[in-house]
Ligand binder design. Structure first.
Ligand code: SF4
Length: 474
């Protein structure tokens, strides 16, 4: 017999309702709540609140709201608060009841301003350490790459700092003073092209115009990912036009500091394969599995690569493919290299000239003062192991950024580099949490709540009973 629905939601009170029963056991938020201790933030931000006045929303709740915002890629904080009463799982995660007061959307922006990016960095670092303790990180081999993020600013906001009309405006002068201040902190990490020194956004001056496809205001996120379980162990945010190669050593430092493991191998693409990076790896006894940038350039230009010129140490000359000598010409102190060149007249009449050089003055070769060490590093970078790693890197890093894209990392949610850092720390923390909860499986809440970061005993117990050996896949 067909049943007919009687009144709809007519009850005023529910006596058999329990919010906890409505959230399934394998819900990601239930697992997140079990694995992550959000209460650490009480100590972190205690000095940011006064002793009197209005009572704030508890900081762990604000941190969880931030996590929900990114985890579910909710478009805005208003939308998050509007959706909150409709989502039982979110209410449960926040420790709210059905009739709890929903905070105003502005609490999140106020908290970000009050706390700064350091708190979110701390959350990211604690989760990385938790992954270390759970045996999810090997730490010796790291993969690196960067990705561009569209800034939350229109290209219409870009002003030409050389334009007289703007310079005469008082507000422009104030802006310029502000930019000067920021320039030292935000732009110390890499060189800027002339175009970006001249054109700056008035709404988000930390972002830089990048011409990759369409010219847009962009940031760049740089990541180091551990090879074992694809945990992000280090991240940096810079304006979009910073050369990613310059971020390599800072990522290695961050990784080593967080994981307490010394890096053995770096795997990256050819943009990282600069002379400076090869030598930095050599100094730190790190294997650099990255294609040589200069070789890639030579191949692209369709001319003889430097490998085709043989160095004769007895005479200190290079022998070109046709057998002529390229003699020492000048020392370039800044580049730490010596230029070797064939006589202009010889190259001018050479039959291989088309394949050798496009320069009217003839072919020249640069030899670094540490060329032998450089050669050894370059040879190692084309070994079969290195080639396999470079191939793995492509998919591994693409996966990392693709997962970030699902969390909205393709576009900055807020303006300013410190806010972009917050977004990146939260995104990386969530990506790591996702790996942590999928690898570690079900863990009794009571046991996990006792987990405090850097408490090796408890975590090793959990690992012994629940995490390892791991057969779950992402
Ligand atoms: S162009 Fe000059 S350097 Fe190149 S092969 Fe000919 S002679 Fe040698």
């Amino acid at each position: 017999m067909m049943g007919r629905q009687k009144g709809k939601q007519g009850k005023l009170f529910y006596y058999n309702f329990c919010l906890d029963d409505k959230v399934r056991n394998n819900h990601p938020l239930r697992k997140t709540a079990a694995f992550i201790d959000f209460d650490f933030i009480y100590n972190e931000v205690s000095d940011k609140y006064g002793d009197n006045g209005n009572v704030s929303i508890p900081p762990p709740v604000i941190l969880k709201l931030m996590l929900l915002l990114i985890f579910y890629n909710v478009r805005s904080e208003r939308e998050l608060m509007d959706t909150l009463p409709e989502r039982l799982d979110w209410l449960w995660f926040l420790g709210y009841d059905l009739d709890s007061d929903i905070p105003n959307h502005s609490v999140l922006s106020k908290a970000r301003k009050r706390w700064g990016a350091g708190v979110f960095k701390n959350l990211f670092e604690r989760i990385v350490w938790q992954c270390v303790e759970a045996g999810l990180i090997d730490g010796k081999k790291i993969f690196m790459d960067s990705s561009l993020v569209d800034a939350d600013a229109s290209t219409n906001s870009v002003i030409d700092t050389k334009n007289l009309k703007h310079q005469l405006k008082k507000n422009y002068q104030q802006l310029e003073a502000r930019l000067e201040e920021k320039a030292e902190s935000t732009r110390a990490s890499g060189p800027y092209s002339k175009i970006n020194k001249r054109y700056i956004s008035s709404t988000d001056p930390d972002a830089a115009i990048v011409r990759r496809g369409k010219a847009k205001l962009r940031y760049q996120i740089h990541r180091a990912v551990d090879g074992k379980n694809e945990i992000i162990t280090a991240t940096n945010v810079t304006p979009g036009d910073v050369n990613e190669a310059h971020e390599m050593t800072s990522l290695v430092d961050l990784h080593e500091e967080l994981t307490e493991v010394t890096v053995d191998t770096i795997v990256a693409d050819s943009k990282y394969g600069t002379i400076e990076n090869f030598l930095a790896c050599r100094d730190r006894d790190i294997k650099a599995h990255m294609p040589d940038l200069h070789r890639a350039k030579g191949t692209k230009q369709n001319i003889f690569s430097q490998d085709q010129f043989k160095y004769d140490p007895t005479k200190d000359v290079y022998i070109c493919p046709i057998g002529n000598e390229l003699k020492r010409k000048s020392l370039h102190k800044k580049r730490q290299s010596i230029d070797y060149a064939a006589p202009k007249k010889v190259c001018a009449v050479c039959e291989l000239r088309e394949q050798c050089t496009k320069n009217k003055a003839g072919r020249s070769i640069k030899r670094h003062l540490r060329q032998e060490e450089l050669e050894r590093m370059r040879q190692a970078s084309i070994s079969p192991v290195a080639k396999r790693d470079i191939k793995t890197r492509q998919h591994l890093m693409e996966r990392s950024f693709a997962r970030g894209e699902r969390l909205g990392i393709k576009r900055a949610r807020w303006r300013g580099s410190w806010r972009m850092e917050i977004q990146e720390y939260m995104t990386c923390a969530i990506q790591n949490i996702q790996v942590l909860i999928s690898r570690c499986g079900p863990v009794k809440e009571a046991a996990v709540n006792a987990v405090s970061v850097k408490t090796k005993e408890v975590l090793s117990k959990i690992r012994k009973h629940h995490c390892l050996p791991c057969e779950l896949s992402l």
